[in-house]
Write a protein that binds this ligand. Sequence first.
Ligand code: SAM
Length: 250
Amino acid sequence: MPVFTYGIEPVTDHPRHAGRGDAVHNHLMSALSAAFVRLHARLTPVAFVPEVRLHQADEPIGLWELTEGEFRSDRPPPFWAFAWAGGQGLARYVTDHPEVVAGRRVLDLASGSGLVAIAAARAGAAAVRAVEVDELAVAAVALNAEANGVRVDAEFGDILDGDAGDAEVVLAGDVFYSGAMANRVLRFLLRATRAGASVLVGDPGRAFLPRERFDELAAYDVPVSAALESVQVKRTTVWRLRAGRPAAAD
Ligand SMILES: C[S@@+](CC[C@H](N)C(=O)[O-])C[C@H]1O[C@@H](n2cnc3c(N)ncnc32)[C@H](O)[C@@H]1O
């Protein structure tokens, strides 16, 4: 069943209607994404941050198979349907230390469900921007922000080769899970610190976190999905990135 297709063409390619066609296309995609999220995930409290409720999948495997089956391997797995350990730890920290974000412009990089962005908004951030490369995640962030009664600007796009804009605080939950991602994320985050932003990362000991670049702020035992992580609890650290001097590799 083609519930959700990224291949829908704009209404018309005629130059006079192209803009309108794009707008209709984008609106349609957003509506379909939101419907998909609502259909396959339930609004439930986050295990380690019960102050926040998210659209979460009960059982990862079924949804994973559905998205993979529907979109084949060029589709990302449904990261948006789970509160990852790194995001849970970082959201807990921001919730318990609101002064970190209060009154500041915040960027939540690779937002997934929007958990960290929502925690920042709840803690009094002046503005929160959540960036994602997965359109379903963008829809989930918007739905989840609304469900928690906060404003988050959910944005689709890959900004890793650019900068963090006007963000004063950059937050990133569980982003060091692959070598390719880690390299790009680290460079982005280092640029952000050099531009004056405070950069906090939540990480449950993923293999590609360059620990030597970070100072530890807090550590928690975070409940996780055993089906996803093969354990029920993950020791998760909240780190602050040191500005440091640029190295040739950066
Ligand atoms: C493990 S999930 C973490 C989600 C969330 N931060 C949390 O902790 O629950 C990683 C997320 O990174 C997103 N992602 C991957 N590459 C990205 C990029 N270049 N820019 C923004 N997000 C990206 C994925 O779509 C996914 O939602």
